[in-house]
Design a protein around this ligand. Structure first.
Ligand code: 2PG
Length: 247
């Protein structure tokens, strides 16, 4: 008995294309991102990997990628659950800043510490910033717990309770689960599933719009480490492009 889990990072957003740090800013997909959602649905359909339930973040780029992909796979009707715990890493004061300009201003070491270190968050974002989420109704329940910045370690801490309480029970009920989320929230999950060290996770990048399928055994260990991308060549090229952002 194995469980099937499909991870899908949203398609390209308007800010991915502009090379801006995004985090919790709720930017839309662009045309390429919408096309990536369509392609993801075709890949799922052609592989016969048909989700029974979808979990998404509260951000429209993940919500709309999931809807497009599921539409293409004729699974538009399945139950949906959403949680802020699947949101992208809050990028703090870097939200809205250009990645190349940040690299040029602060240098490679600081840039990579903020971008890919395990436990160094960027400076916090002021609540009066135009890129703040303070006061938004979708986060009202968080109260003072609303993040103002996060490192990957923080994302793991807020992601894992949702994994345990909402996603694992669906898997254990025998459902094929689609998780539509973000580069860094999915890095948190992959780190957990594959047992990747705090150092090595820096080298892992998740491409936009590429379904990644994990078969998990009864103790929720991947039968194949790293899972399998339904289009491995395209996924490898796209992951390399993510790694090179800012350059
Ligand atoms: O800007 C962001 O929110 C993320 C994902 O797009 O960027 P990065 O890959 O640099 O962590």
């Amino acid at each position: 008995m194995t469980y099937t889990l499909v991870l899908l990072r949203h398609g390209e957003s308007e800010w991915n294309a502009k090379n801006l740090f995004t985090g919790w800013v709720d930017v839309p997909l662009n045309d390429k991102g919408r096309a990536e959602g369509v392609r993801a649905g075709e890949l799922l359909r052609d592989a016969g990997v048909l989700p029974d339930v979808v979990h998404t973040s509260l951000l429209r780029r993940a919500i709309n990628t999931a809807a497009t992909a599921l539409d293409g796979a004729d699974r538009h009707w399945i139950p949906v659950r959403r949680s802020w715990r699947l949101n992208e890493r809050h990028y703090g004061a870097l939200q809205g800043k250009n990645k190349k300009e940040t690299l040029d201003a602060y240098g490679e070491e600081q840039f990579m510490l903020w971008r890919r270190s395990f436990d160094v968050p960027p400076p916090p974002l002021d609540d009066d910033s135009e890129f703040s989420q303070a006061g938004l109704p979708q986060y009202a329940d968080l109260g003072a717990d609303l993040p103002r910045t996060e490192c990957l370690k923080d994302v793991i801490v807020r992601f894992l309770p949702y994994w345990e309480s909402a996603i694992v029970p669906d898997l254990q009920a025998g459902q094929t689960v689609l998780v539509a989320a973000h580069g860094n929230s999915l890095r948190a999950l992959v780190k957990h599933l594959d047992g990747i060290s705090d150092e090595d996770i820096a080298g892992l990048n998740i491409p936009t719009g590429m379904p990644l399928v994990y078969e998990l055994d009864e103790s929720l260990q991947p039968t194949v480490k790293g899972g399998r991308y339904l289009d491995p060549e395209a996924a490898a090229a796209a992951a390399a492009a993510v790694a090179n952002q800012g350059r």
